[in-house]
Design a protein around this ligand. Structure first.
Ligand code: PMP
Length: 438
């Protein structure tokens, strides 16, 4: 067993001062104890007990260039030396906004915020103000941050796994995502199963006079990395255009991960609005809403307020510009390398699942994939996702930790540009040994 005594002690200490002992609720679930990081470098992270891991958690997604990327760190440091935040305008904001309008196909204009949750809040307000309607369509298994307006089915409906397996979950009333949340906010939510164009069309037509927006992850990364069925998002785009509904693609995970133009660039879509965050700042807090000028114009007119003391600060804009500059090198070479490594890893794990005769599958796109143990021949919606053996995967993730590989206990893996063939080979050897334990 790996020695994690220092992490254990620090967790006890942390619980005395930090509510819940962690800074984001999800982190407390880590077994055998939430680990304390000492430092990260490229694809690897070291904890306070001196254990080193190949990192596929990557800060829950933002570290697209790996830990402590030198060129970005030095550009952020240079920016800090000029001043961290001004409350005045500065050129970094223009440079970043211009660059975003160049690379995100749907972006006529952009607005900068601090987190994915805030970007989604702004996008929903823009949609409501633009349409003069109130209802929001969202989908089972998607996650869009934890604001009152939208925090519903994740992770709560996933926890109602047995209900879902029995086909009951989708009939249940919408549950709040957390205690203390206004239930009133959720009255405006229409919760649908994702990846079913007929269900979507029926709901949109029935409630078209009330629906302001449809919000969707373009790939259901939060529940199984499920790809959209061919034509599904295109149909969503046609229907929303026809019915006067704002289409929001939440690209907080897929933005700057599935390519510079995000998933909508990759799939050739033109949603009205997209939200991006995570990889945009390479680990520094920044997010953005980008979209069509008619909708973004509500901010210019003052109809929709867009506020935030630290919005567009010098450090965040420098981090985003530096991250984008790295990702833009040599016409997509960085993405090509990440994708090749991810495919190699995914193919390797698939062969190992077969070798150990363990029923499981991997949903995969670009440098993100979801590995699960399941008897299902395919997982292409939330209902089939809930049938996986989540407990067995958590056990597997524990063995992976023992083998020196840090993976999320829910099955989602991220790769960075810093992961190379060496890491992939070490990881596959670790997977082989971990599967043997199961
Ligand atoms: N949208 C999606 C698709 C996400 O995955 C997340 C975070 N996991 C968010 C929004 C919220 O982002 P943040 O945690 O930065 O508030």
């Amino acid at each position: 067993m790996k020695q994690v005594e220092n992490s254990r002690q620090k967790y006890t200490e942390s619980q005395a001062y930090l509510a819940g002992g962690v800074a984001s609720s999800l982190r407390s679930a880590m077994k055998p104890t939430p680990l304390f990081a000492a430092a990260g470098s490229g694809p690897r992270i070291r904890d306070v007990d001196g254990n080193e891991f190949i990192d596929y958690l990557l800060g829950y997604g933002p570290l697209i260039l790996g830990h402590a990327h030198e060129a970005t760190a030095s550009r952020v440091y240079e920016a800090m030396q000029r001043g961290i935040t001004f409350g005045l305008q500065h050129e970094g904001e223009i440079a970043l906004a211009r660059r975003l309008t160049e690379i995100l196909p749907c972006a006529d204009k952009v607005a900068l915020s601090g987190s994915g949750t805030e970007a989604v809040m702004l996008a929903l307000r823009l949609a409501r103000a633009h349409t003069g309607k109130r209802k929001i369509v969202r989908f089972h298994g998607h996650y869009h941050g934890w604001s009152d307006t939208i925090f519903t089915s994740f992770p709560s409906s996933d926890m109602r796994k047995s209900d879902a397996a029995a086909g009951l979950a989708e009939d249940k009333p919408i549950a709040a995502g957390t205690g203390g949340q206004s239930e009133l906010a959720l009255e405006e939510i229409i919760l649908l199963p994702w990846n079913d164009a007929a269900v979507l069309e029926a709901a949109l037509r029935e409630h078209k006079d009330d629906i302001a927006a449809v919000i969707s992850e373009p790939v259901m990364c939060n529940s199984g990395c499920v790809l959209p069925k061919p034509g599904y998002l295109e149909r969503m785009q046609e229907l929303t255009q026809e019915l006067g509904i704002v289409m929001i693609l939440d690209e907080v995970i897929t933005g700057f991960r599935l390519g510079l133009g995000g998933a909508h660039g990759r799939f050739g879509l033109k949603p009205d609005l997209v939200t991006v965050g995570k990889a945009l700042g390479g680990g520094i807090a920044i997010s953005a809403v980008a979209g069509r000028k008619e909708v973004m114009a509500l901010i210019e007119k003052g109809t929709v307020s867009h506020l935030g003391t630290l919005n567009g600060n010098g450090v965040a804009t420098a981090a985003a510009l530096a991250t984008i500059a790295e990702l833009s090198q040599e016409e997509g070479a960085v993405f090509a390398k990440m994708e090749a490594n991810a495919s190699k890893l995914v193919e390797g794990i698939r062969s190992l699942l077969a070798k150990h005769a363990i029923p499981g599958l991997i949903n995969h796109i670009g440098p993100v994939f979801h590995m699960m143990f399941t008897q299902e021949p395919k997982v292409d919606d939330f209902a089939s996702f809930t049938k996986r053996d989540a407990a067995r995967y958590t056990e597997f993730s524990g063995y992976m930790l023992e083998e020196g590989v840090l993976v999320r206990s829910n099955g989602l893996w991220y790769l960075s540009a810093a992961h190379g063939v060496q890491e992939i080979e070490e990881t596959l050897a670790a997977v082989d040994r971990a599967l043997a334990h199961l």
